[in-house]
Design a protein around this ligand. Sequence first.
Ligand code: NAD
Length: 334
Amino acid sequence: MTKEYTVTLIPGDGIGPEITAAVTDVIKASGVQINWEKQAAGAAVLEKEGTVLPRRVLDSIAKNGVALKGPITTPIGKGFRSVNVALRKELDLYACVRPAKSLPGIKSRYENVDLVIVRENTEDLYAGIERKIDENTAESIKRITRGASERIARYAFEYAVQNGRQKVTAVSKANICKFSDGLFLEAVRTVAQEYPQIAYEEVLVDNLCMQLVINPENYDVLVLPNLYGDIVSDLAAGLTGGLGVAPGANIGKKAAVFEAVHGSSPSLAGQHKANPTALLLSACLMLRHLGEIECAQKIENALEKVLQQGNVRTFDLGGSATTEEFAQAVIKQL
Ligand code: NAD
């Protein structure tokens, strides 16, 4: 008998509803049985429910253990706190995993990128410990703990072992943030000693950025504190074809939320132009997490065929196909 799954679906806002609809269509066509439990979150529910992240959303994810999420807008400098950050914190989704791999048929500056970003997801400047001292002065506190740093380091090394990876690189700015990044590095070093079979190296984040644009193929698994992880994720997406093709996962001990690296891209919203590839690849990570390896592989193969053939592409990859036309092309290959 075919297995059935119940998965929370957060369509999000901006381009979110368009790309989530396209992706759920592809998943349906692949044959895997998923009952989607749709949960709205973000600015759209604020007025009605008094919060951007209602309890029902968290309860649904906690119950199902797995969610697929579209992007959600976070206003800059004012308004509510990021739903994305709150979700990660509330469900303790401590590991943000973002593979950056060259895709066949996608022209970028490099052909052999195959690295994985493992970003700490619960602390650092993302904790939002900020205050305005006066009209002209504000400060943010960068909180790093040994516990969270060791936990993410262990995740990175375990990931390396389980996925046949050779090397873990710890990224920091410990020359300047001596206490906070210093503690992060100390914690990663301690964990590294438990994995003598995995090569270990350290690099400062500014140097890493330069190295990545010169020799991205030198990197394998990168482990970073939250903010550097955020920034380097976009850089890595740029190495492999852009945000339209960069997938991600937020993993905790009890739940996992799969979402693209990109945001809600308000300027594209409603135009049916956005590339659903990043969310589709995130959904494939989700299917692998559920144990549906064959199905994930089938979708990835179909996607690769469409990208390689090159006649159906969204605008970001030089084409003119709509989100839905692209999804239909993938479905046809299935
Ligand atoms: P963005 O990722 O939305 O867009 C950056 C650039 O990439 C834009 O040019 C955009 O058009 C392009 N792009 C992004 N996704 C694309 C896709 N699928 N296909 C084609 N092109 C794509 O980043 P932003 O503009 O800085 O952020 C917009 C909003 O999204 C902000 O409110 C931000 O806080 C939020 N955000 C949410 C998440 C999340 O929900 N996890 C992540 C990042 C940003």
